[in-house]
Design a protein around this ligand. Structure first.
Ligand SMILES: [Zn+2]
Length: 341
């Protein structure tokens, strides 16, 4: 995800105050260069600048890098060189794996032309479409699964359907007890705008269950300052499930008529008033419940996330009210999608 341009506040005094960030949301301190590199397990490492995260494996045959976020940029090379030297292995980055096509590949062009780039076939398609010299397209692509083996180490790449983006993949390190899934769960924090700017909301909402179906202890989530745990993923799931339940309740109970009556012929204003009322009603108990639990639960992001879920829930609720009951086979097909974890 990328951060939307911030609104132009005329002075600091115009900026609202928010609840303090819980200590549990923060990660280790950054060094003087502005990054932190730490061991995940054995020769798997993660790097953060407090905003973005990436990861790398050091092997006897070179380094495999997983994402090259723009804000970490040149510090990625520093981190790789520091750790490879300490481990006595080559620091040459031989492979770069893309989690998906968007911002997390923004520093990909910093690595040699002869690095082997690996990604989902849609990552290649979308990067060719974007035609951004900073993000060269992967040459090695796959449709559902790909096993990457370098220097005796292994990463299992899998696509289980669209979520944050159409091409966002699961990267499992079976020898390192770790899963990397970017832009779905923000460890200790709520998602930013509209479920981390996700393109497929039902896919995004289902992704944590797929992540939990893998065996792992460490979770590299792509953003902010620390790694995630299975508990973090469970809290995120509870937050999203609570929003969905609250959204359904608000949709079923808020009377739209006063909004439309008030604005008369201005139907757009009526829609806005109605949906703003539903969203506010749905978000209020979530903000109360999660402030102090997840960082940023009290800011408007919870409201935009609630709205994104309402936008998906509303037609589903309408369909549930009007359609004949689905058979079990239909329901499984409708909800399971292409997930094959
Ligand atoms: Zn992101």
């Amino acid at each position: 995800m990328t951060s939307p341009a911030s609104g132009a506040a005329s002075s600091d005094a115009d900026l609202p105050d928010y609840a303090p960030v819980p200590r549990s949301a923060l990660g280790p301190a950054l060094n003087d260069q502005g990054y932190y590199v730490g061991r995940v397990e054995r020769n798997l490492y993660w790097v953060t600048d407090g905003v973005y995260q990436s990861a790398f494996l050091t092997t006897r045959d070179g380094v495999v890098l997983f994402d090259a976020p723009p804000s970490i940029g040149g510090n990625l090379r520093r981190a790789v060189e520091e750790i490879a030297a300490a481990n006595g292995v080559p620091s040459t980055v031989t492979h770069l794996v893309y989690s998906h096509h968007a911002g997390h590949a923004g520093a990909a062009s910093l690595f040699d032309r002869d690095v082997v780039r690996v990604g989902h076939e849609d990552t290649r398609r979308l990067l060719l479409r974007d035609d951004d010299p900073a993000r060269p397209a992967p040459e090695i692509t796959f449709t559902d699964r790909y096993t990457l083996e370098v220097g005796g180490e292994r990463a299992e790449l899998a696509w289980h359907g669209p979520n944050h983006s159409p091409d966002n993949i699961y990267i499992h390190f079976p020898g390192h007890d770790t899963l990397m899934l970017i832009d779905v769960v923000n460890a200790g924090w709520v998602p930013i705008y509209n479920l981390n700017l996700s393109e497929d909301v039902p896919g995004y909402m289902g992704a944590p269950a797929t992540a939990l179906s893998y065996p792992w202890t460490h979770f590299i989530c792509g953003h902010l300052g620390r790694l995630a745990t299975r508990d973090d993923v469970a809290v995120h799931q509870a937050y999203i499930a609570d929003i969905e339940a609250s959204a359904k309740e608000a949709l079923a109970t808020v009377d739209p008529v006063p909004s439309y009556m008030h604005y008369g012929q201005n139907a757009s204003a009526g829609v806005k008033a109605h949906l703003d009322t539903v969203t506010g009603r749905a978000a209020a108990p979530i903000i109360a419940k999660y402030t102090g639990v997840l960082a940023a639960a009290d800011i408007e992001i919870t409201t935009t996330t609630t709205f994104a879920i309402i936008a998906v829930a509303a037609p589903r609720l309408r369909a549930q009210r009007t359609a004949p009951p689905l058979t079990r086979a239909h329901r499984d097909r409708a909800s399971a999608g292409p997930v094959r974890a």
